[in-house]
Design a protein around this ligand. Structure first.
Ligand SMILES: Nc1ncnc2c1ncn2[C@@H]1O[C@H](COP(=O)(O)OP(=O)(O)OP(=O)(O)O)[C@@H](O)[C@H]1O
Length: 255
């Protein structure tokens, strides 16, 4: 369970990017975070694995106070939380399987890690993760030979290899065409339902957010202005989140 209690995030320079956030996310939920550019979506997601520190309030994950974590404890904590980025963050000039195997680097002794020697058990786990996102046939292809959608599936496999309880995804489909975007979203859904992994996804595509997430959190100027089921997101909610420009989203209540 992720719990924000009166959380503020203030960037150096004094900009308040999160303003009194109160939010509880249970195990296995699929939550989309939506809002205008600069609303604070990335900041919110990145406080959860302490990529960003908070300034006040309390943020806990399964009872652990995130602010107090450091060193080995923080590294262990981060391994239980997968992170997916818009830009995939793969090592392009190496194979797909080696990219997935990087998930196990923290488990290796330094010598094995230096030479990139992975025990068979880890290779089998990496292949299994690739199979879960149906990309096993590309295991020995170089990452730079894959399409954007395939790269994001490899990134998902690498995250799955970590055996996370939570996956944070920061605009994971923003650079994909609509077909690949839907395909990647299908894998998020599959992982969420089959493995009961909580998914928190920042997304600009409102249609995809409503189709895939069961819960939507709308952010505006660092504040939560909507938190409820996807079905509850109507035109007036979109106006609250996006302002009057929401009309341009062509939201259709009858869909
Ligand atoms: N390192 C930083 N230093 C100062 N201000 C920052 C920093 N990172 C983000 N901000 C500001 O905090 C606010 C929230 O940024 P954030 O990236 O969380 O927004 P976002 O909703 O994810 O936007 P986008 O959809 O464009 O990615 C923005 O006004 C941004 O300019």
């Amino acid at each position: 369970m992720i719990k924000f209690k009166n959380v503020d995030k203030i960037y150096p320079g004094g900009f308040k990017a999160l303003d009194n956030i109160n939010l509880t996310i249970d195990d296995g939920e699929f939550v989309a975070i939506i809002g205008r550019s600069g609303a604070g979506k990335s900041t919110l997601i990145r406080t959860i694995n302490k990529m960003h520190d908070i300034q006040s309030g309390e943020l806990t994950v399964d009872g652990l106070n995130v602010s107090t974590l450091k060193g080995r404890e923080l590294r262990k904590f981060r391994r239980s939380i997968g992170m997916i980025f818009q830009s995939f963050n793969l090592v392009e000039r190496t194979t797909v399987i080696k990219n997935v195997l990087t998930a196990f680097v923290p488990d290796l002794n330094p010598l094995r890690s230096f030479f990139g020697i992975f025990p068979k058990e880890y290779k089998l786990k990496a292949l299994d993760a690739l199979e879960q996102v149906d990309i096993l046939d590309k295991a020995y292809a170089r990452a730079d030979q894959l399409s954007g959608g395939q790269k994001q599936r490899v990134a998902l496999a690498r995250t799955l290899a970590q055996n996370p309880k939570i996956i944070l995804a920061d605009e994971p489909v923003a650079s994909l065409d609509p077909i690949n975007a839907k395909q990647v979203m299908d894998y998020f859904k599959k992982i969420n339902t089959k493995k009961n992994i909580a998914i928190l996804i920042n997304i600009h595509h409102v249609d995809l957010a409503l189709e895939y997430a069961t819960r939507v959190v709308g952010i505006s100027e660092g504040k939560i202005v909507y938190d409820g089921p996807s079905e509850g997101v109507n035109e007036s909610v979109l106006k609250t989140i996006y302002g009057e420009d929401a009309g341009e989203l062509h939201f259709n209540e009858e869909e």
